[in-house]
Design a protein around this ligand. Sequence first.
Ligand code: GLN
Length: 306
Amino acid sequence: MLLDYQSILDTIHREVQPLLREGKVADYIPELSKVSPGRFGMAVYCLDGRTFSAGDADVKFSLQSITKLFALALAFSREGDVIWTRVGREPSGNPFNSLVQLEYERGIPRNPFINAGALVITDILATRFVQAEIAVLQFVRMLADEPAIDFDRIVAQSEQDTAHRNSAIAYFMKDFGNLHNPVASVIGSYCRQCSITMTCAELAKAGSFLAQHGTIPWSGMEILDASSAKRLNALMLTCGTYDAAGDFAYRVGLPAKSGVGGGILALMPGDASIAVWSPGLDATGNSLAGTYALERFTTLTARSIF
Ligand code: GLN
């Protein structure tokens, strides 16, 4: 059944207004703190080609951890199951930048969506490609059919200048033998990858292959086989929103990946992909208004994976 997503998006856009000042914009990456917390955008990309949007859906924002999904999809498509010898598939139950589990789990990160796991994925890409972050950038340009997508070099530099915790994580993993390239180059690639900017409309389109069982809906190109796409969707559901993944699944009921730039990409397998952006974050680092918007979306449409 075709739903009129436009009136639902307009309703949500109205409903989120009081929430837009409640979240806290990330400031541990100084450059990110300059974004106005009042922004809100949402876009839906239907697998039949229809698109819907509301608010700031055409404003670019910093993807941050959402790039971990694209980096993982690229690494998984090229390397296959061997990546799971270096990174796990369990929720961490800890903040995304935590160090604590790494020591007693001997340098093997819990999953590819916490910073430690994403650094291992960057390392895997750095071994395979001349420059890991360029490979990820070209991958998302192709997925969104948008060659102008780029890094934000000021955000990348800002993160790199303050990347003390991520560097500690990387050195720790290197000590356990789980980082093969030099720490400085992995951190540099990771910070540039995280700085990629996109609009909600571009992001929803770029993620649509994961809603279409691994195949780009508008070109028919297979990125992952259906079984691998199922596995990435499962990881998004269990680990994609950090230590809030359980509560996010309870409230929204969709696989999703969030970033501290305030974006969230959520998937309705077989139906559509949805991108939402609002930079004010809740205590776990997920967009406060964005999570609410997705909760309202699955409630108003009565569609989720459950
Ligand atoms: N670049 C950010 C970091 O490493 C990404 C974190 C996030 O979006 N949760 O801290």
